[in-house]
Design a protein around this ligand. Sequence first.
Ligand code: ZN
Length: 307
Amino acid sequence: MEIGEFVKISEYSFMVIGERPHGNVGGIAIENYAVAIDSTGNLSGGRTFRKKLEEYYNLPIKYVILTHCHGDHISGRQAFKDADIVVSDYTPTDKGRFQNALFIKDEHLIQDGSYEVKIFHTGGHTVGSMFVHFPAEKIIFAGDLIFENLFPPFGGDPTCNPELWFNALDEIKTLKPIKIVPGHGPFLTGDKITNHISNLQKLRSCIKIAIKEKLKPSEIEITDYYGEFHPRWWSRTLPHWLSFYSTIDKIPGILEEIQSKSRDQNKILLSKMTVNELKVLANHLRIRVSGNKKKIVEGLLNYIEMR
Ligand SMILES: [Zn+2]
């Protein structure tokens, strides 16, 4: 499948609207080279995108910033083998899959002449979610921290941390962008960020009420939101947010207890927790766990020992 419509955002920035299986992609031209943001959902999409970038800017592409590790954003990266890939150090997939990669954990700055591209590593939609800021034009490429015109934003990734997502949107708002390129859907003007913050707030209060009233995901309803309702993302987001918010309040206490105990004592403590609680703890610590309960406990113990 081809990638979609090419949209000029500003003098130096553009986006290409992604249609399944592609997320949106974008480009920024700075002084001596261009920067790509995300890479589409497959190699042929990546190649088409690269061609558009090079034709439009007539500049080499030096960096490809991957806003997070979902297939619809990273699977076209092989089309940019000669460029440097900037990707989160918290990537839950095998790091060996990324060639010429620069793994980042915090903010990162790309500077070329008098131009800057700033990368903010926030987590949220996934453990390694990042957004890209181009201050010269006040443009933000938000990746899947924003799904324009869709409700809910997809929050069903096991590493999704809703509280970090709130922080990320607040950070975007503070930067007062003129335009925002989302991970999916058309671009939006900066003031629309408030719609996305209130969407997350509505979702969170609805989840908290559901926990209090012990509702099942099928019994949860929401009517007042911004965007078009997406039933599949709704049903995939709810279970994760329910387990996140039923556990997150316990995490500070658990962390405090863990610090003062031996590995054997911690093993007993962690084994008493449910798999959901363990996963939320791992999510909070930004570590990757998988497998059965025994394996998750083992992974957490190893991490705690290394700290
Ligand atoms: Zn995503």
